[in-house]
Design a protein around this ligand. Sequence first.
Ligand code: PLP
Length: 479
Amino acid sequence: MKTLETIDIHRSHGSSLQSSLAMQLKMMIQRGELRAGERMPSSRELAATLRVSRNTVIAAYDVLIGEGYLESELRSGVYVGRAAQAFQLQRSVRGAPRKTPGLEGAGPHLQFRAPLPFRPSQPDVRLFPLQIWNRHRGRVLKQNPNLLHYQSIFSSGFDKLRQNIAAYLRDSRGVRCDWREIVITSGSQQALFLLGHLLLQPGSRVYMEDPGYLGARLAFRQAGAEVLPAPVDQEGIVLPGPELKSLSFIYVTPSRQFPLGICMSLERRLLLLQTAVRLRTWIIEDDYDSEFRYSNPPLPSLQNLDKHRRVIYVGTFSKILFPSLRIGYVVLPPGLVDRFASLKHIAEDHGPLMDQATLAEFMESGAFDTHLRRCRRHYAERHESFLDAVSRYGLPLEFPIQDGGMNIAGLFPPTTDDAHASEQLRLHGFDVPPLSRYAITRSRSGLLFGFTSFEPKVIQRSLGKIAEVLEKSVARGGG
Ligand SMILES: Cc1ncc(COP(=O)(O)O)c(C=O)c1O
């Protein structure tokens, strides 16, 4: 009963006492504070300890029995379920969970997690000017109370936001388009998903960078396509040979190849565009983090060079602002705009307009540019700190491409088992995926480090520890 006495049961954000209690008990089971097979106090006892009604406890127990966390045995009482062993096993391998500073005793509403070092492609959301955002949000709502109704006329997105994006893309990425060719999507992932459904059918063929972005591959396969792996060399995607005739599209990340980080050379860009014209195929340009180039200004997009409008340009605010905003967009060639917009309308009518209208104001006010500059400054410093720590601690990896972005790929010698190394790091509380995770057929052995979400001191400390772990794991059978 000692541990259960410490439960801080309170109503939060509209949740009831019973769901708050169920959540707390669940967390205790997950953390191993209540062990598999342990007998729970009777509902009467626990109700008295926590000074809540017995019905509250019974209801919380019922929820957890339904989810398998607790088991009830006729006449003998309620026990922590056997399934809980799985959590406890994981925990004993991983070691005691570290408490997030400031979150001790936090209610269930505070359980959203921050990324562990060095999870790729994560912006530092602590830099985001929430107060300014909320001010714009309040103003937008006050001026447009009708915003809360269904607004099917905006199924391609809020017009003002589309106009601001068009201006931003023109100035910063050299994208040439009319704002009506832009459709706002729920993150760029929805754009990729819908493009898959628009352009593919079972048996269609897509040519895609290997290794490449998993989210894109899953979306295209889901639409029934065969994904053909395209090698990547030091100039970017290797173009399809003459044997590849009917391709529905070619998917590329030319500004910074995901995950290797290569910037596609101008010559390769021009050849790729010619190839698309020759094969009468589309190119999907996924421009996910090109804003983050530190030593030089961002390169213009591939779409900028496209005279024949074969390029479908996909972008996102997940990396510049914050990922849970779920606002991305696609710039479509004229022939695809209406078809894409109808599909989008069927998928979700329109996305959250309050956020879209707020973002439109945020861009227009200049707050967006200020924030972007601030992020660039911090990320440039973290990039430097990362490379500095890499050489200080002597990691057994090479980092051949150091062109900025949000991630840096480290390469092992080819025979190293990168999945094993990544797993060892996971057991020490790091989230550093192996490059083989992104491979269709061929992989370079290595790890992908995202550095943007972590302060220099965390970067330094973590890389010191990672060097130790890798020294052991790569030396021992991992290599
Ligand atoms: C290459 C690439 N494209 C697209 C995305 C998707 O971003 P979102 O769906 O959040 O807009 C990511 C996310 O990490 C990415 O790495």
